[in-house]
Design a protein around this ligand. Structure first.
Ligand code: GDP
Length: 406
């Protein structure tokens, strides 16, 4: 009898264990699959800058290009899966770009005082003796105009003042305005080249813009602000976070993109910048974007290293289509150092336009002249603050008017 009871107990326990297992395994099957191995974004969006509204960090929906199922060419060998971030509505409508420099003219106040008003005061002296001309030269050199352009300007001013004879303040202002404009140049095409190109397969290739420069110059911020400029002017934009060496850069760019509804393509931290850039253009083609903006890494460790990196990014991207614009970002407050950077970058990659940032924080507005001379390419955009819409298309007339007052 005891044996029978024992057998029944064993049978019940065994049955319970088996059903438990089955239920357990059923449960297991109902669990969602493990997360994909592609990189995920864990860091919150970058800190907002001064002058911008704070944004609440939010969960970002993410897709890899594989999940999206994009058509087009395959990524280069060794490329890791990029992440395409979806913009989360509501998006902002950036203010139009026309007349931004006029609106921001007060930000040039330091250059205004040194360069514009300083020169006007000196030129208004009753006797323009040698000492005064030397002071005029010093003023221009202090404002970073550069030695050769300074000498040219002073020579022309001397000539014209002599012809003029007696000078009214209005005449002097007109004269200085004309000469500064002559120095800066009014003929150059200062538009950012964002036109796309037709591809052999019939798809349109978006305009491709690479943004290069040393870290800290405001390169990533400028890429974000430029996205706003383009969106404000009616273009659709995809961002490529190819500065994979600075950990916060991709988050920062993504935040800029989200605000105006632009997707950001990013790769794993310290991943291959060229493959991120390649995938950004691929995404741009797939969604029929007008422009792809690529933020690059600006580590000036060695010239060869930089050349390899930027050269590779450009070569790989050009498998899709031509890079229409390579913008060099320079910090206007760094003076001669900025010019040295400009020289190095120009040896490494064909610069087609210059962005001068932080002109709001310096008296050295003359760098516009010096850097154009150095590189032989025009300043196309200027940064005049940390606010989202503080990047303005560079207009020589508005710039000179802001310097000398009208
Ligand atoms: P990156 O390392 O070159 O990508 O530099 P960031 O884009 O992170 O910018 C570095 C700092 O410069 C940030 O604090 C920006 O807000 C600031 N910055 C960028 N452009 C301007 C500008 O035009 N004016 C001022 N005042 N600050 C700027």
């Amino acid at each position: 009898m005891e044996f029978v009871i024992l057998a029944v107990v064993i049978a019940v326990v065994a049955f319970g264990a088996i059903t438990g297992l089955v239920v357990g395994s059923r449960r297991k099957k109902q669990l969602p699959p493990p997360p994909p191995e592609s990189p995920t974004i864990t860091a919150p969006p970058a800190e907002p800058h001064v002058g911008e509204e704070a944004e609440t960090p939010r969960e970002e929906p993410r897709r890899t290009i594989e999940e999206v199922g994009l058509p087009g060419a395959e990524a280069p060998a060794g490329a890791e899966a990029p992440v395409v971030t979806e913009p989360v509505p509501p998006v902002e409508v950036p203010e139009p770009t026309a007349g931004r420099l006029v609106r921001l003219r007060a930000r040039l106040s330091r250059s205004q005082n040194t360069l514009g008003k300083g020169l006007l005061t000196l030129l208004s002296r009753e006797h323009l003796d040698e000492d005064t001309w030397e002071e005029i030269e010093d003023t221009l050199i202090t404002a970073d105009v550069g030695v050769a352009p300074t000498q040219e300007l002073v020579e022309r001013l001397r000539e014209r003042v002599k012809v003029l004879g007696t000078r009214t303040p209005e005449e002097l202002r007109g004269l200085l305005r004309g000469e500064l404009l002559h120095l800066i140049g009014t003929e150059a095409d200062r538009s950012v080249r964002t036109e796309g190109s037709p591809a052999a397969g019939g798809e349109d290739i978006p305009g491709i813009v690479m943004v290069v420069g040393v870290n800290g110059t405001g390169k990533t911020t400028t890429t974000g602000k430029l996205a706003r400029v383009l969106v404000a002017d009616g273009s659709s934009v995809v961002l490529g976070a190819a500065d994979t060496f600075r950990a916060a850069a991709a988050d920062q760019l993504q935040t800029w993109g989200e605000r105006v509804g632009a997707r950001t393509v990013r790769g794993p931290e310290a991943g291959d910048p060229a493959s991120v850039a390649y995938d950004a253009v691929k995404e741009g083609i797939a969604e029929g974007a007008d422009v792809v903006l690529i933020d690059t890494a600006g580590r000036l460790h060695t010239k060869t290293g930089l050349m390899d990196e930027l050269g590779k990014v450009k070569r790989v991207v050009e498998k899709h289509g031509p890079v229409g614009e390579v913008l060099l970002v320079l910090d206007a407050t760094t003076g001669q150092n900025g010019l040295v950077q400009a020289r190095v970058f120009a040896e490494v990659v064909d610069i087609t336009g210059i962005v001068l940032t932080k002109l709001d924080g310096t008296a050295k507005g003359g760098i516009v002249v010096a850097v154009q001379r150095e590189l032989g390419v025009p300043v196309k955009l200027v940064g005049l603050g940390e606010g989202a819409d503080d990047l303005a298309p560079f207009e020589p007339e508005a710039f000179v008017d802001a310097l000398i007052g009208d």
